[in-house]
Design a protein around this ligand. Structure first.
Ligand code: SAM
Ligand code: DTB
Ligand code: SF4
Length: 330
């Protein structure tokens, strides 16, 4: 194929008009554009939809750590791997609300509570509902990630006032089965349907740097962008390799490819928050700056995520100052 033909095909694929149905060919054509063209396009779309210098701050809390029956190959909290993590019981409601208050006072506008469950048990629901109500009363947006939900549990959380439910598809359908065997891709989509049907906002993204191919990243974003409504929030995690897990020695993703993934998410889901999520401790300031330029507009703040490290407030506010970024206000 000549370069000219290739270019023509690429630009026609890239400029076609969308509802929200993307083909893999269109998404691949974007991902493979010259880097400057890709970033220019992503930044242009970003500016049409968001204030380019504002970044939303979310804070995570692990409300139930470790002992998880699922076998996700990346996770420190699975009982199937020897990561050395000590499992804990579900945290007291009052403690969760006290932690959320601290996060709010440090500038976070969204509080995301995560539990290492396959799914919540009926006996857990009362406590998680109370957590949602307590954190919402502080004036924060609430998010939870508790594993799979059935329709009734979704309704219960929605009625309690939960704003977002986080449930990641993590990678392509093809690569999913290489990473997790205790559930499948369709299970993930089913929970997402319940979350949507019960009126909550969807937070759904994935992990890159798990040894996948570029096409797996492109496919993952295509699935997300083609949902009946794209997720309002799209976390892109860079694998934090955890000793003792099957992915401890996975080949890391090239920083440029990571930035391409962020840009593609921005272009395909123009109105969604794209969160530069796990893995920032292993990123240079310059890499993070490129991610913000490519359209990332949300981060997790604080020095821990669920179990792994995160840059912490001083470092992040230093970077924001140097880049002229402002936290988004409540
Ligand atoms: N148990 C629930 C579930 O899996 O849906 C919620 C908690 S789980 C820890 C939430 C998400 O964190 C996962 O879907 C994955 O995307 C991300 N995650 C977990 N371990 C990670 C790691 N080592 N590096 C990067 N992201 C990770
Ligand atoms: C998401 O996509 N990333 C967050 C949140 N959703 C729950 C979790 C990142 C976890 C990183 C590994 C750890 O802290 O154990
Ligand atoms: Fe369990 Fe979630 Fe970790 Fe998978 S990612 S092992 S479901 S806590």
């Amino acid at each position: 194929m000549t370069l000219a033909t290739h270019h023509d095909e690429r630009s026609s694929a890239v400029s076609s008009n969308h509802g929200n149905t993307w083909t893999l060919a269109e998404a691949s054509a974007l991902y493979e554009m010259p880097f400057n063209d890709l970033l220019f396009r992503a930044q242009t779309i970003h500016r049409e939809n968001f204030d380019p210098n504002r970044v939303q701050l979310s804070r995570l809390l692990s409300i139930k750590t470790g002992g998880c029956p699922e076998d996700c190959g990346y996770c420190s909290q699975s009982v199937h791997h020897e990561s050395g993590l000590t499992a804990s019981k579900l945290m007291e409601v009052e403690r969760v609300v006290a932690e959320a208050r601290k996060a709010r006072d440090a500038g976070a506008t969204r509080y995301c509570m995560g539990a290492a469950w396959r799914n919540p048990k009926p006996r857990d629901m009362e406590a998680v509902v109370a957590m949602v109500k307590g954190v919402k009363a502080l004036g924060m947006e609430t998010c939870m990630t508790l594993g799979m939900l059935d329709r009734a549990q979704s309704e219960q959380l929605s009625e309690a006032g939960l704003d977002y439910y986080n449930h990641n598809i993590d990678t392509s359908e093809r690569y999913y089965r290489e990473i997790i065997t205790t559930r499948n891709f369709a299970d993930r989509l089913e929970t997402l349907e319940h979350v949507r049907a019960s009126g909550m906002k969807v937070c759904c993204g994935g992990i890159v740097g798990m040894g996948e191919q570029a096409i797996d990243r492109i496919e993952m974003l295509t699935v997300l962008a083609n949902l009946p409504e794209p997720p309002e929030s799209v976390p892109i995690n860079m694998l934090i390799p955890i000793a003792g897990t099957p992915l401890a020695n996975a080949t890391p993703i090239e920083p440029i490819d990571f930035v391409r993934t962020i840009a593609l998410a921005r272009i395909m889901m123009p109105k969604s928050y794209v969160r530069l999520s796990a893995g920032r401790t292993a990123m240079s300031d310059e890499m993070q700056a490129l991610c913000f330029f490519a359209g990332a507009n949300s981060i997790f703040v604080g020095d821990v995520l669920l179990t792994a490290g995160n840059p912490g407030n001083d470092e992040d506010m230093g970077l924001f100052r140097r880049l002229g970024l402002q936290p988004e206000e409540q």
